[in-house]
Design a protein around this ligand. Sequence first.
Ligand SMILES: CN1c2c(nc(N)[nH]c2=O)NC[C@@H]1CNc1ccc(C(=O)N[C@@H](CCC(=O)N[C@@H](CCC(=O)N[C@@H](CCC(=O)O)C(=O)O)C(=O)O)C(=O)O)cc1
Ligand SMILES: N[C@@H](CCS)C(=O)O
Ligand SMILES: [Zn+2]
Length: 753
Amino acid sequence: MPAVQPAFPRSTVLGYPRIGPRRELKRALESYWEGRSSRQELDRVGAGLRERTWRRLAELGLEGLPSNTFSLYDHVLDTAVLLGAVPERYRRAEDPYFAMARGTQGLAPLRMTKWFDTNYHYIVPEVGPETVFALDAAKPLAEVRQARALGFETRPVVVGPVTFLLLSERGAAALDRLDDVLDCYAELLGVLAAEGVAWVQLDEPALVADRTAGELAAVRRAYERLGAVAERPGLFVAAPYGDLGEALPVLAATPVEAIGLDLVRGGLDGLAALAGAGSADGGPAGERSAGEGPAGRGPLAGKTVVAGVVSGREVWRTEPGRAAYALRVVREHTGDVAVSTSCSLLHVPYDVAAEPDLVPELRARLAFAEQKVAEVVELAHAAPSGPAVAPEPVGAPAPVAAGERGPYEVRAAAQAERLRLPLLPTTTIGSFPQTGELRAARAALAAGTLTEAAYEDLVRAEIERAIRTQERLGLDVLVHGEPERNDMVQYFAEHLDGFAVTRNGWVQSYGSRCTRPPILHGDVSRPGPITVRWARHAQSLTDKPVKGMLTGPVTIVAWSFVRADLPLRDVVFQVADAVREEVRDLEAAGVPIIQVDEPALRELLPLRRAGQAGYLEWAVAAYRRATSGAADGTQIHTHLCYSDADQILAAIDGLDADVTTIESARSGGRILGAVGGFGRGLGPGVYDIHSPRVPGTDEIEELLRETLKALPAGRVWVNPDCGLKTRTYEQVEAALGAMVAGARRLRAEPSPA
Ligand SMILES: CN1c2c(nc(N)[nH]c2=O)NC[C@@H]1CNc1ccc(C(=O)N[C@@H](CCC(=O)N[C@@H](CCC(=O)N[C@@H](CCC(=O)O)C(=O)O)C(=O)O)C(=O)O)cc1
Ligand SMILES: N[C@@H](CCS)C(=O)O
Ligand SMILES: [Zn+2]
């Protein structure tokens, strides 16, 4: 520590979007991966994006500029590289970083999964007893130096040691490597101090979930140890995405100089209790007037609370009364307060000004990243005040599930009679490659240079291509390929009342992949059928059954920015009713199988156990409301894609879908250990679609054998982990060819398994 630690800046953000306002990074990455441009060109684009960000943040008046929030793929993967946690098998790859992220033809990538309760995906580090940690600080140092050359002093942001280990493959068991990892962090602090860095931000979002006493002890040990480093920057530990709860007093008792609280998701009670506990000699904290905090006393003495009062998750303008109230309470309880966002702004688009098509009334209510920075700056300069907080919306009781469907056995018999499928039926998850031609055509349609009729001809031709490909490959249940959809959520939002969509509101989902989350701002209803004509067209091309393909209500809401004046549950039920109408129309059009995807069911699960059962109850009820109007002979499929499905398997079973297809291959088949009691048809994915790597038949056969050890053959479906939209036709044909061949080998055996 320097003799006098510079004060924490009055205003900051925990992180910023990095894909570029016009997805410049996406294009540079994909061009590099396809061999169309050099690594130098990619680095030049990255440097330009960082420069633009720092300049813009400074122009907007932000005092504390973060660095190392840029990433070429993922910030957790960057942290693994920082710590030297690169598994041996990737070290010989031409580009180890992208080999870990995306795999190579000979090497599967590291697992990828959801980042807390967001739609961002991180790469899961592998940390074993054999991992040799060794600091490689090149990236944060390069960013600090680049910013300094531009005239900006920055605060490097790094995933903290406890969160890094908890997010790794072995989870809490990896804390057995804490001391070794701390050696690297301690060294990093020394390197940054030598570079003249005043503050470092260590993100510890894992602390907003329930933690065991042992894990909290690890937190204490980590920050005692880092606090004791002789030459170091000020330590700012940020805890986005929820309430620190019992971790707050633990952190507060360590030497860290600043603590970042998410005051949008989290409450103020923990802070008040802590300040009260520390002011036993000075009377209750609430008796002090604003600005006269217990500086110099209690656990928060001498610390800065970085108050995350501007939401990094929503797109609504900050309600000034609510933020001012929170800031007033924080000021009452602590000596020093800075204003910030609740989490990184990674989850929101860049700029409302890039959305000329939005109606003025809606635009006026919105704040994207740039507007949020301006809000932080304004709140930091505003005089302390304390109007009342806006009341929480109060909802009606959740409508109960309409349980019209018969028992599973009755449905299964009716469906077997109608569909006459072979053992181990093969299918896909819905999307086929979204070709460059299709995407370009949609861009041209939006620009007015392609007619609706010409676009629809192209979609019909793509459906035919998908159907013919599946017939040729010998799949049993076909899909139309979803060529008419820009995205499985945005497409439905475009066809439902109550939503608006953006032109440039891109948000990174993983690597180079982005989505434009729709804005759900009013009551949701369905003006008319959405998918029926495409389903009809697809079925007209083949005698094989074609699945109708819908997105479920939880996922539509989870991947949208949602109005804040109604409880989430009520919004989801409105969407469920719209999906239910679409199911009814598909069924009336003779569609024999309808898939209603819920890949975001796990994502919305509250991070703390206390809220989980209540959430799952209404989320499952919403799904059943959407699907339970289907007749027994209509086969309902659902699809989920995340690696920790085993944690909510009972709820997935509760969806009561006849068939569930689920990610399994990328997560090392770990779902298989938990599915024994699963009551209906199940298709654990047999290959990872996120990687360009094509699996071989032997590999698929092996995975199927594993599946058949866990489930009776009569209930097993054969499918990839997820949809194929990010792949090329060449990759898809090879991979599905291997998949069908693998299934046929087992079918040919007298008794599979
Ligand atoms: C299944 N997943 C999804 C998630 N979230 C969603 N909202 N949707 C999902 O499907 N979360 C979990 C997983 C994994 N996530 C993703 C997320 C995103 C993609 C993906 O492939 N995204 C595309 C988006 C491109 C797009 O929508 N383009 C539009 C607009 C037209 C356009 O811009 N066209 C071209 C350029 C024009 C030209 O002349 O070439 C372009 O796309 O760049 C469209 O198609 O209409 C992406 O490329 O990032 C996959 C999995
Ligand atoms: N039906 C969708 C599900 C993705 S989670 C698809 O195949 O892309
Ligand atoms: Zn999926």
